[in-house]
Design a protein around this ligand. Structure first.
Ligand code: GLN
Length: 485
């Protein structure tokens, strides 16, 4: 097995026992990036020089006997996480030259544990999209098949794992952006409960929905990395002050007697037959492990996409008002006065999808329409959350597909924004409800593309979904099948 194929868990032991140095490991990852990224395009920025310096520092600290969980481990971040001294673009022309003066908390915590940064990863512009096609830095291709999308918006974060260019990555999930690309690229993607991980220093899309989480090769790494980034942060007032459990401890527990709910509304006609088959097999696996399968209902599911596109765009229109050509990034030349400068900078700096959403959100918040759209959407959001709470009174966790189909082709949905929006039907309700979810590989389609399975947990129920996911990986080998490239 090559070095670049290994997990955090394996590499930590190898580094600690000095079987490998961080410099060797970082070199292996950097040459892997060089060999594969011309095809995949997962990276917007590669920080090779700094990575090698940090690797050397890591080797020195290991030789002094100081080897923390991530010491010397090469990772990469979605380009939405602020990194002091390294540019953060959010895949937008408007931030193409923006260098933040400080680190996001999630990254700062990884750095404290010794992680080495390989670079910043491609995504949909401002995290708006499901395919990584809305990037000012070109589309990322799915390592399993280059004519297919990797998913989005954290497409680069998932593709980098599938192409074995980084040991672990971080993504963000507002309506599915960690779970859906993880599913399309055959990795593990965890969206923690709203408030579990600090959003400080993460460029805001829709602040009541955004959440940070890990994308990894297996469930063990997901638990380990969540343990590093989770926890209260005085700099994010929505982060919750609750102790962070030792997530890895949950992985060893069996699932006998656990109740797994199947939401009726998620097993609809029109579900791709390969996806259905993967779900059926997974359900059979869980039954054989002693879980009890129960039928549950989430009756407001049909309203989730519409509700999400009102709330997310309303919040986005407000969050993106700060890009005015004056304080951040791109500034138009030859503007005629202040207002013209703002108009021109925004016109030139934002892509089509971002503009569409700013307009939608501004409309939903405008006087006269606020009650009809935004306020009503907030009420429906409460009903959607209540659906989940009712379901969790009958089941410990829920099992659903992540997406109705495996990764679609590049260009297949770009002409039809609504088709693109509808592909997030199974992930969006989870953000509206604020609960946690994990996506793990549960099959391969007849076309050779990975298929993901989603496990949903109660608020702050990350231990339970990790436990169930770990039991699945212990008893199946889908996660060991890799993209051939
Ligand atoms: N695809 C959804 C959107 O475009 C979700 C994106 C996300 O989770 N950031 O808004």
């Amino acid at each position: 097995m090559e070095l670049y194929e290994k997990t955090i868990n394996e590499l930590h032991l190898m580094l600690k026992s000095r079987q490998v140095s961080s410099t060797e490991l970082t070199r292996a990852m950097l040459s892997r990036i060089e060999a594969t990224d011309p095809d995949v395009n997962a990276f917007i920025t590669v920080t090779a020089e700094q990575a090698l310096k940090d690797a050397e520092m890591a080797d020195q600290s290991i030789s002094r006997g100081d080897c923390k969980l991530l010491t010397g481990i090469p990772v990469a971040l979605k380009d939405i996480f602020l990194t002091a001294g390294v540019r953060t673009t959010c895949a937008s022309r408007i931030l193409h030259n923006f260098v933040a003066p400080y680190d996001s908390t999630a990254w700062a915590r990884m750095k404290e544990q010794g992680a080495v940064l390989l670079g910043k990863l491609n995504q949909d512009e401002f995290a708006m999209g499901s395919s990584c096609e809305n990037s000012a830095f070109g589309v990322t291709r799915n390592p399993w098949n280059f004519s297919h999308i990797p998913g989005g918006s954290s497409g680069g974060s998932a593709a980098a794992i599938a192409a074995q260019q980084a040991v672990a990555t971080l993504g963000t999930d507002t309506g599915g952006s960690i779970r859906q690309p993880a599913s399309h690229c055959g990795c593990v993607g965890l969206k923690p409960t709203y408030g579990r991980v600090s959003r400080y220093g993460v460029i805001a899309y829709a602040s009541s929905l955004d959440q940070v989480g890990p994308i990894t090769r297996d469930v063990t790494d997901s638990a380990l990395l969540l343990g590093v980034i989770a926890g209260y942060d005085t700099k994010d007032s929505t982060s919750v002050d609750m102790p962070v459990p030792d997530y890895a401890l949950a992985l060893g527990r069996d699932i006998k007697g656990m109740k797994i709910g199947l939401p009726r509304e998620y097993f609809i006609e029109g579900l791709d037959p390969d996806v259905q088959k993967a779900m059926d097999q997974a359900i059979a696996t869980f039954r054989s492990l002693g879980a009890e399968i129960v039928d549950v209902s989430l009756p407001h599911t049909d309203y989730a996409v519409a509700t999400y596109y009102l709330i997310a765009t309303a919040e986005a229109s407000s969050n993106l008002a700060r890009y005015d050509g004056i304080r951040f990034g791109h500034r138009a030349e030859n503007a005629d006065g202040l207002i013209d400068l703002m108009f021109k900078s925004r016109e030139e700096g934002f892509g089509t999808e971002v503009k569409r959403r700013i307009m939608l959100g501004t409309y939903a918040l405008s006087s006269g329409y606020y009650d009809a759209y935004y306020l009503k959407a907030q009420k429906v959001r409460t009903l959607i959350r209540q659906d989940f709470m009712d379901a969790f009174s009958k089941a410990d966790i829920l099992l659903t597909p992540v997406a109705p189909t495996p990764a679609f082709r590049i260009g297949e949905k770009t002409a039809e924004p609504l088709q693109m929006y509808l592909s997030d039907i199974f992930t969006i309700p989870v953000n509206l409800a604020g609960i946690c979810g994990i996506s793990i590989q549960a099959g391969v389609s007849s076309q050779g593309l990975p298929i993901g399975l989603q496990l949903l947990g109660r608020p702050f129920g990350e231990e339970t979904i990790l436990q169930v996911a770990a039991n699945f990986q212990k008893n199946t080998n889908w996660h060991t099948i890799k993209a051939a490239l």
